[in-house]
Design a binder for this molecule. Structure first.
Ligand code: ADP
Length: 356
């Protein structure tokens, strides 16, 4: 199926510096898609190019199969919600939402029906005649969102819209935004630097770094199968082991780590025998036990630090080979440890060979 949005080899220079580097990205219709990456990696620039607020230096942007690269914002069917969600202060809630529809010349009964439908979606029917300064931050946010959705854009662009909110409201709005997207079936393109926010809300996450896409996938794919060290570090936490490839059988690699045979799953192309690779291992994938469990991986170590985190405890384990790993243990697993000398291991499918 044709993607709704297609960035084709898009570059954006500001002076001599390359903000977006050979962006090739397809966005599927009806999905909650998030551009995730550290500050300055080109997320906003990409979003603004799709909105028509910036022009690519080269490459093309297709919207619903049509080349919109050089069209001004009002000639493409997209809408944007900014971080400061600037509502018109002198207009009521209803008139704020109606604004884009009036511009389009829609009949007033139709506008009224559409505004009421949208207010109902966010349970603000009672607030239609209020002024923006009579609303809470969360209510203003909902109105801004409905104003942007009112003209029925093909894509709604959201540039860090929650970053100004306090933690509790932000969390609430994450859930609400996600449910509005699911309810309306609209394509949302959301920008954030917050990995937890991206994991919570998205159907698809596009991880960016230095103007490039590092990996695109579902939250679960990115978490369980990060393709490289950047993604493995940016999303969640990882331990890394440097190992040498002994053999590869399908998706499973047999590796040598400090004289131990370990196994891990491939995320990219198969490395050659003898290649040096990095294995990523999530802290919660590691188990620690008192006695050698006679499993295929059982490395000996000593706990050097215990950090209580409520629902789990983070253990730093210094392995006999000299490396330290962090393991997260739940209270039951922790209760089985009598001292600081432990054996640690993991399920082979939970260790991932990174492509870089
Ligand atoms: P992000 O949204 O990931 O934080 P941006 O897309 O805003 O990143 O910025 C990408 C890079 O482009 C940064 O290095 C930033 O400083 C630069 N940049 C963004 N907008 C402009 C601009 N209008 N003029 C010059 N440089 C810019």
């Amino acid at each position: 199926m044709q993607p709704l949005v297609h960035f084709r080899n898009v570059n954006k220079y500001y002076g001599k510096s390359l903000a977006v580097n050979a962006l090739d990205l397809e966005i599927e219709r009806g999905k909650f898609v998030t551009l995730l990456g550290p500050s300055g990696c080109g997320k906003s620039t990409s979003l603004r190019m799709l909105g028509g607020f910036e022009t690519p230096s080269s490459g093309e942007i297709l919207l619903d199969g049509k080349d919109v690269t050089h069209l001004p914002p009002h000639k493409r069917n997209v809408n944007i919600v900014f971080q400061d969600y600037a509502l018109f202060p002198h207009l009521t809630v209803a008139r704020n939402i109606a604004f884009g529809l009036e511009l389009k010349g829609m009949a007033s009964e139709k506008i009224h029906a559409r505004v009421m439908e949208l207010l109902e979606l966010v349970q603000l029917q009672e607030f239609a005649d209020r002024m923006p300064d009579q609303l809470s931050g969360g209510q203003r946010q909902r109105v801004a969102l409905m104003r942007a959705l009112a003209p029925d854009p093909d894509v709604l662009l959201l540039d860090e819209p929650l970053s100004a909110l306090d933690a509790k409201l932000r969390h609430q709005m994450q859930i609400e935004l996600k449910s509005i997207q699911a309810h309306t079936g609209k394509t949302f393109l959301f920008v954030t630097h917050d990995q937890e926010e991206a994991l919570t809300m998205s159907d698809v996450i596009v991880v960016m770094n230095n103007g490039r896409v590092e990996q695109k996938g579902s939250p679960h794919e990115l978490y369980a199968r990060p393709i490289n060290r950047f993604v493995a570090t940016f999303i969640g936490e990882s331990n890394f082991l440097d190992a040498t490839v002994v053999s590869v059988d399908g998706q499973i690699a047999t590796l040598d780590w400090c004289g131990h045979v370990i196994h891990a799953t491939l995320t990219g192309p198969a490395p050659r025998t003898g290649a040096h690779v990095t294995v990523a291992l999530r802290p919660e994938a590691i188990y620690a036990v008192d006695h050698n469990p006679d499993r295929r991986i059982a490395l000996k170590g000593r706990i050097s630090n215990r950090l209580f985190k409520g629902n789990f405890t983070a253990l730093t384990v210094n392995l006999n080979e000299g490396q330290s790993l962090v393991a997260q243990l739940d209270p039951v697993a922790l209760a089985h440890l009598s001292g600081d000398d432990v054996y640690i291991g993991w399920r082979e499918e939970d260790a991932v060979v990174l492509a870089d």
